[in-house]
Design a protein around this ligand. Structure first.
Ligand code: SF4
Ligand code: SF4
Length: 363
């Protein structure tokens, strides 16, 4: 196992994401026992991952507390007043059966002002002072502007972002990685396989990898991330033993990508992008739409539906349902949005094509 210095601790570069645990405790225990025996010492969960905190706590119960590092996350969107902060935090400690959390995060920040208004940061700093949180960070799927606003709220020990060889330009992508690195903030990566999808693209798309030999699709995605030295932990949500075993062999030793492998990653990426419907980056410069169309939201749904066809893994995080109240049929073709789109997308035309392809009907 490859280890890194992460906030002063020797942490395995492969982190165990507990979001996709199997439902049976015996299967969870077998995975955690194997992970612990193989040197994984970083375990990532969250208050909102159903049952995950409880299962993880039970599976780690028999191990000395100083042999593993556990995370959890505060879902600020569930916080109505300050008593909720205390309640949620204590529930997490109880479910995990621990009296402190090694790496605690503000979960999935989408609006830095909300974090400020709800006093989330001062509350968590107080917990840090009390020793109940050892290192404080935040996780974010939002654009870089939100990430920069978060860095103004306070001092964070680390941050968790989504990054993989397909999603490098948005939410907050490689730009987010660079900002964090400039601020000397270590990075944890989530969604290295885009919800498992990059591991399970069909053989036609993965042909460039297959031609190189018998390494798994997932291994290329992980090694692509490993080239970034400020990425201290790469989380993988492992549900089955063969996934864990494959990941262990990838993280056994860091082997930099050679030229042929880099080329193959680019080709697989191009194959995937070919089936993308709209090159929308989710930047939202086109918003708001005067007719109430959620332009990036609709394009994301359409891309997701199309992309789903290229993978045998449908373990999606992204929603694929169209909300009629902000759907493509609301567009009145005023053209205002197109003035602002850096990708020069013919937005009304694409919305119309989406409605047609998905057979959307006016309510
Ligand atoms: S063209 Fe359609 S999507 Fe664009 S701003 Fe006008 S109504 Fe909204
Ligand atoms: S401006 Fe263009 S790229 Fe940005 S969200 Fe709107 S449609 Fe997508």
């Amino acid at each position: 196992m490859i280890y890194n210095d992460f906030c002063g601790n020797k942490i395995s570069r492969l982190g165990f994401g507990a979001m996709r645990f199997p439902s049976e405790f015996s299967a969870v225990k077998a995975l955690i026992d194997k992970a612990m025996a193989s040197g994984i010492n970083y375990y990532d969960t969250a208050y909102v991952y159903e049952n995950s905190e409880v299962l993880l706590g039970r599976a780690l119960k028999n191990y000395p507390r100083d042999k593993f590092y556990v995370t959890s996350k505060m879902p600020s969107w569930l916080v109505k007043d300050e008593s909720d902060l205390e309640r949620i935090f204590n529930e997490t400690l109880n479910r995990l059966g621990v009296d402190y959390i090694d790496y605690y995060l503000i979960h999935s920040v989408s609006d830095a002002k909300e974090i400020k208004n709800k006093n989330v940061y001062p509350f968590l700093m107080q917990k840090k002072k009390e020793g109940k949180i050892r290192h404080l960070g935040f996780s974010i799927h939002a654009k870089v502007e939100v990430l920069e606003e978060m860095l103004e709220i306070g001092e964070f020990d680390f941050a968790q972002i989504q990054l993989n060889y397909l999603d490098i330009i948005h939410e907050p992508g490689l730009a987010g990685y660079e900002i964090l690195t400039k601020h000397n903030i270590p990075v944890v990566i989530m969604e290295p396989l885009k919800g498992g999808t990059l591991a399970q693209v069909n053989d036609e798309i993965a042909k460039p990898f297959i031609d190189l030999g018998n390494m798994s699709n997932a291994s290329y995605a992980f090694r692509w991330l490993m080239q970034y030295s400020n990425i201290k932990v790469i989380l993988s949500g492992m549900t089955y033993m063969p996934q864990l075993e494959d990941n262990l062999s990838t993280f056994n030793k860091y082997i930099p990508l050679n030229e042929k492998e880099e080329k193959a990653i680019k080709e697989v990426k191009d194959n995937i992008l070919k089936i993308q419907k709209v090159p929308c980056t989710g930047c939202r410069y086109c918003m708001p739409c005067p007719a109430g169309v959620n332009i990036p939201g609709n394009f994301k749904v359409w891309n997701t539906i199309s992309f789903k066809k290229a993978t045998t893994n449908h373990n999606w995080i992204s929603d694929t349902s169209v909300d009629p109240s902000s759907g493509p049929l609301k567009c009145v073709k005023c053209g205002k949005c197109m003035l602002h789109c850096p990708q020069k997308i013919q937005i009304p035309t694409m919305l119309e094509a989406m409605a047609k392809e998905l057979n959307l009907k006016k309510e």
